[in-house]
Design a protein around this ligand. Structure first.
Ligand code: NDP
Ligand code: MG
Length: 384
């Protein structure tokens, strides 16, 4: 029997965390959970620690430590989170939300740990630096985002030079069929109800604006070293097909499956082998309809920014991501309306035109300035 893999799970209390734990729970003979982190949810963190007897535990926020009742010692703060990611292991899973995942993920690969990454904001902002570091350290960066896992699997051993283009599918989010006139009345509680996936609040809002797909276009260009004009997006509300690779010889390889993050997580953790997850079987005979159509850029202008940021040297992916994080947070806190998210991102992209970052320090600096600018725009709308 092969040796158990040691896994560190960052963001164990979130939606990706929950899917990861389902996978580990089903396969205790294959994986050891040697480290976990949460930010606020000390109660759930304690439960996880006690269930899996996890030796290394971090709560990255200093508040709430009193609610921790796990049987193993608790380490607290962002620097502890970074130290956790550096512990020698087989794979670090990053299920942290937003740019808070940057340093932990970068630290993981810098010490030679393989990284299974769901945290797309980090790849969007610092992808090139991550890919270079992974080559230097000879570590794997394994995509967890379902569309990127799909492309990764469809590519397998094929060389990217044989590829004509790729297709990322999009469910279209909860407002796919809502008339654009009603967008200004959308409430946070409606935006976080995703029709297909059960996810954290931030990515649910990103799916509703389709900024999620814009981030994924950039994420794909980084992970697969592919140009913007080779990335197509198609709306596919059933979300059974997750991605397609169109080869130059006319052959197209698609990846299908029920929408459940346990599968891309299993692909990442077991690659290049596969394990039996004993899931509900998908038969095309039972699927009456799979639909596909072009995205509506009038309703979802944020989507187009994915390509624009790759094509326009004045636009920075770091700025796109940072301003979107600020705008989504403001929307969730009822400070701005749903269509303002795009307006804030677009205006910040036009105001902040940094030079190309050379290292993580540059990324942090650009991110900070973009956030300040986006916040100014939020305040202008909020206090109007
Ligand atoms: P959630 O909001 O459900 O979970 C976020 C996790 O990160 C929680 O464990 C949370 O801890 C922790 N966290 C929050 N803030 C911080 C911080 N400042 N520092 C350190 N840790 C923090 O998000 P999701 O699981 O939905 O998404 C996680 C990432 O995966 C995102 O980047 C998302 O885009 C990506 N992704 C998610 C998918 C999904 O199906 N959910 C699919 C594809 C990609 P606590 O609970 O204690 O606050
Ligand atoms: Mg996705």
């Amino acid at each position: 029997m092969s040796k158990k893999k040691n896994i560190i799970l960052l963001g164990a209390t979130g939606s990706i965390g929950e899917s990861s734990l389902r996978l580990l729970r089903k396969n205790r003979e294959k994986f050891n959970l040697v480290g976990v982190s949460a930010h606020n949810n000390a109660g759930l963190l304690s439960k996880i620690v006690n269930e899996f007897d996890v030796p290394n535990v971090v709560l990255s926020n200093h508040k709430n430590t009193k609610s921790y009742y796990g049987k193993n010692d608790l380490n607290v703060g962002h620097s502890s989170l970074i130290e956790l990611a550096k512990i020698n292991c087989d794979i670090v899973i990053s299920g942290i939300i937003g740019m808070s995942g940057l340093y932990p993920a970068y630290s993981a690969i810098s010490v030679g740990n393989n990284l299974a990454i769901a945290n797309k904001e980090t790849l969007v902002s610092a992808g090139k630096i991550f890919m270079e570091k992974s080559l230097e350290k000879k570590v794997k960066i394994l995509p967890v985002d379902s569309e990127h896992s799909a492309i990764f699997q469809c590519l397998e051993k094929n060389n990217i030079s044989n590829v004509d283009f790729i297709t990322l599918t999009a469910s279209g989010g909860p407002f796919l069929n809502m008339p654009i006139e009603n967008f200004k009345n959308i409430k946070p509680r409606d935006a976080i109800k995703h029709p297909v996936w059960k996810m954290g609040q931030k990515i649910s809002v990103d799916s509703a604006t389709m900024f999620n797909k814009a981030l994924e276009i950039i994420e794909a260009s980084v992970l697969f070293n592919i140009k913007s004009d080779k990335i197509e997006v198609t709306v596919h509300p059933e979300h059974i097909i997750h991605g397609l690779v169109h080869y130059k010889d006319g052959s197209i390889i698609a990846n299908l499956g029920f929408p459940d993050m346990i599968t891309p997580l299993s692909v990442a953790l077991n690659w290049p082998t596969r394990i039996d997850l004993n899931l509900k079987k998908l038969s095309l005979n039972n699927i009456s309809n799979l639909s596909f159509f072009e995205p509506d850029f009038k309703k979802f202008p944020g989507l187009k920014l994915g390509w624009d940021v790759l094509d326009n040297p004045n636009f920075s992916p770091v700025v796109l991501n940072a301003s979107n994080e600020i705008a989504v947070d403001a929307f969730l806190n009822n400070k701005i309306r749903f269509p303002d998210i795009y307006n804030i991102v677009y205006e910040t992209l036009n105001v902040c035109n940094p030079s190309v970052p050379q290292n993580i320090g540059d990324i942090i600096e650009i991110d900070k300035i973009a956030r300040m600018n986006a916040l100014k725009l939020v305040k202008r709308i909020f206090y109007k």
